[in-house]
Write a protein that binds this ligand. Structure first.
Ligand code: ADP
Length: 509
């Protein structure tokens, strides 16, 4: 239901039209405020935060498309519903432009009062539902954040008593004893305390990783050497559980730009699971290979077991935090359901993917990890530079039509020591790139006139590969990324661009 006193801002420089729309809406129970120019509309929108703006396209100062785009680009006004009106017939591409610039609906005059009221009602209903969803999402995000914080605190608090127990065990172990029972008890305490410590470590790790508090210490790493190390550690575990563990590694190094300790953690977790979820007499194989070449080369690790398998309907969720297939109370194989979440996060932080397959319960499982390999030696040499080395100064072209966003990003890049040129539309951007030959262009996708995709195509055609192209867009879906890469971009950053991410990208390029 529409609330009776929703506020609507009616913007039209034609007094008669504005008056008419205003009275119709007032009679429908809304509170109406009027403006005759784009400038006034923006000011009132910010001051009054109306629920809806009925915005004529043709205004004396700033046109309606631009007003809508500016409203959308400011967080305070971004969620206000916008309905464009136009006095003359508008072509389909103008309507598309209107909707693209952020309007939610379009009405062409003359319209019936009933049509206006119905459109307004449906827009308000949509906004209302959207607002509720957003609120709910915020509440959930807040609850999730509190849960992560609680886990971090819990793990942290558990560490202190555990540390004291471990020290005490260490002292006890030095004391010789002849008593077989006491020796057995000590070794139980020792084993179980280490097990507890590992669980607490995982808990702390997962809460830090999911809160983005873990940074990789990357170096040039041979994946085969990492796996060899993990296999040496896991061999006795497998033997202890009467499992056959075998591996096929290529007879040459597979170089990655990776954090060796974190990779060990990934493969130890996967192998530990394989030993845990396979009954005595079963076997586990680790197979390592390379797929693709040059820039697209990836190292592929397949860990296959003949164990209890995973039912198809559980496969999509096993990487979720606390997910466990066996939900029975006895849960003979234990665990907290954290390991695979850690694995996935760590693999993705390395730019890789991990997935599981299984023919079903009782039919074994396969976990596949794919990690990007480093390309050439010079690139490798650069990747081992210590993190406090600043990236070298670059000539950067920034194409962004939103003036605040443009200025802020320019300031930031200059603060990092780069030389920055700016353009506010696509045509201007291409012209500057041809003239100044920058090392890199950061290009917004939603630009007036020539959009970001066309800017990239144009630059690839005219400057070739001598420029790095980075798209900056509000759309982060795989298809948007794909479209950007197709257009010639090397990278795709989603708004709001995080300074860390941008800094990393600039130093990696
Ligand atoms: P945990 O093993 O501590 O329960 P994980 O996050 O490592 O947590 O694994 C989540 C769930 O995925 C496990 O509880 C188990 O049900 C399933 N799983 C993981 N690895 C395997 C495997 N190799 N075979 C069968 N099921 C597995």
């Amino acid at each position: 239901m529409v609330e009776p006193r929703t506020a609507i801002l009616v913007v039209n420089d034609d007094d008669a039209s504005r008056y008419m729309v205003g009275r119709i809406l007032e009679m429908a129970g809304h509170r109406v405020v009027e403006a005759a120019t784009g400038g006034d509309a923006l000011r009132l929108a910010e001051q009054l935060r109306p629920d809806l703006i009925v915005l004529d396209v043709k205004l004396p100062d700033i046109n309606g498309y631009e007003v809508a785009a500016r409203l959308r680009s400011h967080t305070e006004t971004a969620s206000i519903a916008v309905m464009h009106t136009s006095a003359t017939f508008v072509t389909a591409d103008k309507r598309v432009l209107g909707l693209d610039s952020g309007a939610d609906a379009y009405l062409t005059e003359p319209f019936e009062p009933a049509e206006l009221i119905a459109t307004v009602k449906s827009l308000l209903r949509l906004r209302h539902a959207e607002r509720e969803l957003r609120q709910r999402a915020n509440q959930l995000a807040e609850a999730d954040r509190r849960k992560d914080e609680f886990l971090a605190m819990l793990a942290h608090e558990l560490r202190n008593p555990l540390a004291a127990i471990m020290t005490a065990i260490g002292i006890l172990e030095r004391k010789q004893t002849e008593d077989a029972k006491e020796t057995r008890m000590r070794s139980i305490i020792n084993r179980q305390t280490h097990h507890l410590a590992r669980l607490v470590d995982d808990l702390l790790d997962v809460s830090r990783i999911t809160r983005g508090k873990v940074e990789l210490r990357r170096d040039r790493v041979d994946l085969c050497a990492v796996l060899q190390q993990v296999l040496t550690l896991m061999q006795p575990v497998a033997e202890g559980r009467k499992l056959h563990l075998e591996s096929t590694l290529p007879g040459r190094p597979l170089w990655l730009n990776a954090d060796a300790t974190r990779l060990e953690q990934v493969f130890t977790n996967l192998l530990d699971n394989a030993t845990k979820y396979t009954d005595a007499g079963g076997s586990i194989t680790v197979h390592v290979s390379q797929e693709g070449v040059d820039g697209g080369a990836r190292a592929v690790v397949r860990i296959t077991d003949t164990g209890i398998g995973i039912p198809a309907h559980k496969l999509p969720s096993i990487f979720e935090l606390f997910a466990q297939v066996d939900e029975s109370l006895e849960r003979t194989r234990g665990g907290l359901g954290i390991g695979l979440t850690l694995v996935r996060n760590l693999v993705e932080m390395h730019g890789g993917v991990v997935f599981a397959t299984s023919a079903g319960a009782g039919k074994g499982s396969e976990f596949v990890v794919k990690l990007p390999m480093t390309m050439s030696l010079p690139a490798l040499a650069r990747s081992t530079v210590s993190t406090d080395d600043r990236p070298r100064q670059r000539r950067i072209l920034l194409v962004e039509d939103n003036s605040d966003a443009r200025q802020a990003l320019k300031d930031l890049l200059e603060l990092w020591g780069h030389q920055v040129e700016v353009a506010q539309d696509g045509m201007g951007g291409v012209a500057l790139a041809l003239e100044g030959r920058p090392d890199l262009a950061l290009v917004d996708i939603g630009l007036p006139g020539l959009d970001g995709y066309r800017v990239a195509q144009e630059l690839r055609a005219r400057v070739g590969e001598n420029i790095r192209l980075v798209a900056i867009t509000g759309y982060g879906g795989p298809e948007d990324r794909h479209r950007a890469i197709q257009a010639g971009f090397d990278h795709h950053l989603v708004k709001p661009v995080k300074p860390d991410e941008l800094d990393r990208l600039l130093s990696d390029l």
